[in-house]
Structure formats: C-alpha cells, structure tokens
Design a protein around this ligand. Structure first.
Ligand code: PEP
Ligand code: MN
Length: 441
C-alpha cells in the first residue's frame, strides 16, 4: 500500500517495539483502508474557532483522560466525562462571557510516552505499559507484549466513542435546557455542585425569558465538540493521514486536533515533521526546560504561513516555575508576530509521589493556572485556555479541593491507567476559579 505521504526516516522517540513485523504491516494496511474518524472540514472549522482564541475572542477547554482504556470505553464513562466538560464549559462561558471551544482528550488518547521503556518489579523486567493501543497494563509477560492488532482496536474504540460523543452533543443531551440534569449525582451536594446549581438556575431563567420573547436559538440545542489526542504512535497516525478531496491537502483523520508531547518535540525528530505536514490545527507541549529560542524555532517551523489557529502552545511548567520560565517565552513568540493559541496544562509539571501514589495537589494546579494568567497579563497576550486531565467519576487521584481528598483517601478510588486526574467535583471547582480569573483580567 502506498502511503499518502512518503514519510522520511527520522529519529522517533517513544515508539513501540513491535515483536511481529508482519502483524504490524497487516494492522497498518487495515488502518489505511478504514474510513476517516473525522472529516477534514471539521478540523478546518476548529482551526477557525482557534483563530478566534488566538485573537483573544474565545477560550479553550481541553480535557479528558490521561490514558483512555478499552475497558473504560463505556457509555457511562464517556457520558460522565462529557458531562464534566459540559458543566465546566457552562461555568466558563457564563463567567467569562466568552465563547468556549470544547476539545476532549478523547477517542484517540490510547498511546503514552514513558520515562523508561521497561519496568522492573521484584526482579522481573517487562516492557512498560505504552497505552491500550500498544499493550495491556497488567504486569504479565503476555499482557505487556506490544500487539499491533491493538492499533486497529484503538481505531475501533475511538470510532465507537466518537459516535456516542456526536450523538450526545448533537442529539439533545447537550441542550442548554439540560444544565440542571448534568448536575444530578454525587457532585450535586458538594460546594461546587451547589454553586453550579445556582448558576444553572440563572441560565434557566434567562432561557425562559428568551423563550417568552419568542427566541429559541438553534445554538442552545447542540454543542460543537472536538476530539484531540497526542500524536505519539506514528504507526497509528501515519496510515490515518489522508488527502482531503476538497483541497488536495493532507489531514490527519484520527482526530480534529493533534499535539506533540513534551518528550517527542525535538526539532529534527519524526513527530515535529509529522505535525508540520498535516493541515489540522496542531499543538506542542512546552515544559520548563524550553528556551524562548526553542519555542520560536518550533513556532516558525509549525506555523510557516502565520495562520492564526494553526498552532497551539500548551505550556506545562509546574507551579513553582511558570512565572519565571513562561514570561520570556511568551514575550519572544508574541514579538515574532505569529498568532498562536496559549493553553495552560497545569497537570504535567505538578506530578509528585505521595504515599506510594503518583498524585497532584489541587492547589498547585490552581497556582499554575494563576501564574499563567499573571504572565499573560504582564505581556498583554491572551490566556487562551486550559488543558487538563479529568474524569467524570468520583475518583481519589489528586489531593485537595473542597472535597478534602487527603493522603489517606488516595487508595480508595485510584483508577487511572497513567496520570492522576481531577475528579468531577475538583474539575468543577477549577472551572469556577478559572472563570473568576478570566472575569478579572
Ligand atoms: C500527557 O499529556 O499525558 C503527557 C504525557 O504530557 P506531556 O507531553 O506534557 O508530558
Ligand atoms: Mn498525562
């Protein structure tokens, strides 16, 4: 099968070592024939919406699992994550009086970079878990063996998830008249849930008023929701690049928005090359070791046409570094005249080990977002949005928040396959704080 792009041979970090080359060929040939998960025209619309963000007229909410799993690809789990994002989006839209562009870390987040390719427990060494698209989490030889058939399974799982997300967001579930219904469960009685309920009441009254005046805008019945993930496993991504019949340009059809992670963003590497060739809106994560010169080099490479909305820089510096490290980066990029979207990922620079669990403190997360706003205020640029890891469930993975999750609770519901996620209550609480920061700008 001839790929649509003759991919150059470049160093690519974090790639699975598949033991069976013939099985990989079969899986990739299959992926290359399967229908697109998203339509290139949808990615163009997202790029236009992100262009508004780049101009300071909208805000992005991007969030979802660190690692999606096939086991959690259920109606309940997808609905709960979507509900969390919809609730957060309502809080942000209302608080900021600004459109909120919604992008899930969903329907493709099946591949994970790891600090070591192998893991050793009690003297036994096996390949690390690289996400359900590659192998299984269980620490057993057979489970950890990378299996290329899982690439096709990741596609199928993404297809099913996206189908449900589209049904929920277009078929009435996301209708603004449902604002109260999204709050019906364990979050309802929490402080954030109560605060949300009051806001939902105000929205209901506004809707009734508009209805009484004869206005029933179509926009209130549906929401535009996009799917994004890290473009990590090139064996999955490359067969899902297609030439768009309208424009003759290559697009990734594995998701609307793809980003390159902090660990694979070398200028001369295969991931940056991949991102530079697709027309989708793309992102790059920038960690605390990024120099302003490196950031500008990436921007020049990935946004050669100076196309607002094309490039999103997702900064993840850590609460204690952000104010000092981000400022010169933002200054340099803004001075270049490129119009990028700035997102704050307050999760990945704030991971720590507590009581044998990888966790994050809610206060660190809040502090990084506050630092992000401080920096953009100082430079006069637009704090374009947040990128977070969350779940719709009542998990106990991150510490703090008004729900008071403490060290002793960590093992109660620690369910993530990779990084610790905010639970629904913490997510909602974060949304209220961010809405305040947006309102105070
Ligand atoms: C992630 O988003 O889960 C991730 C691995 O992030 P980063 O690339 O910022 O380390
Ligand atoms: Mn993560």
């Amino acid at each position: 099968m001839t790929p649509v792009i003759d991919w150059p041979v470049l160093p690519a970090g974090q790639q699975p070592r598949w033991p069976d080359a013939a099985a990989l060929d079969r899986a990739q040939a299959r992926l290359a024939t399967l229908p697109p998960l998203v339509f290139a025209g949808e990615s163009d619309i997202l790029r236009e919406q992100l262009a508004k963000v780049a101009r300071g007229q909208a805000f992005v909410l991007m969030g979802g699992d660190c690692a999606e799993t096939f086991a959690a690809n259920t109606a309940d789990s997808i609905r709960a994550r979507l509900k969390t994002l919809l609730q957060m989006a309502v809080v942000l839209t209302y608080g900021a009086g600004m459109p909120v562009v919604k992008v899930g870390r969903v329907a493709g987040q099946y591949f994970k970079p790891r600090s070591s390719p192998e893991e050793t427990r009690n003297g036994v060494t096996l390949p690390s878990y690289f996400g359900d698209g590659v192998n299984q989490l269980a620490f057993e030889a057979e489970a950890r063996r990378p299996d290329p058939q899982r690439l096709v399974e990741a596609y199928n799982a993404s297809s099913a998830a996206l189908n449900l997300v589209r049904a929920f967001t277009q078929g009435g579930y996301a209708d603004l008249r449902q604002v109260h219904a999204w709050n019906q469960d364990f979050v309802r009685d929490s402080p954030a849930g109560k605060r949300y309920d009051r806001l939902a009441g105000a929205i209901d009254r506004a809707l009734s008023f508009m209805h009484a005046c004869g206005a029933q805008p179509e926009e209130f019945r549906r929401v535009d929701f996009y799917a994004g993930h890290e473009a990590l496993a090139l064996d999955y991504e490359r067969p899902l690049v297609r030439i768009d019949s309208r424009t003759g340009e290559p697009y990734s059809v594995s998701g609307h928005f793809l980003w390159v992670g902090e660990r694979t963003r070398e200028m001369s590497g295969a991931h940056i090359d991949f991102a530079s060739r697709i027309r989708n809106p793309i992102g790059v994560k920038l960690g605390p070791t990024t120099s302003p010169e490196q950031a500008l080099e990436l921007v020049t490479r990935l946004d050669p046409d100076r196309d607002p909305g094309r490039l999103t820089l997702i900064t993840r510096m850590g609460a204690s570094h952000i104010r000092e490290v981000l400022l010169p980066i933002v200054e340099k990029v803004e001075a270049s005249g490129h119009s990028v979207v700035w997102l704050c990922d307050p999760m990945h620079g704030n991971t720590r080990e507590v009581a044998g669990h990888k966790t994050r403190l809610f206060d660190d997360i809040l502090d990084e977002v506050a630092g992000f706003f401080d920096v953009h205020r100082a430079v006069g640029s637009h704090p374009g949005g947040i990128h977070i890891e969350l779940t719709g469930d009542d998990v106990t993975e991150c510490l703090g928040g008004t729900g008071g999750i403490e060290e002793a609770h960590l093992s109660d519901r620690y369910e993530t396959a990779c990084d610790p996620r905010l639970n629904r209550e913490q997510s909602l609480e974060l949304a209220f704080s961010v809405a305040e920061m947006l309102g105070d700008r």
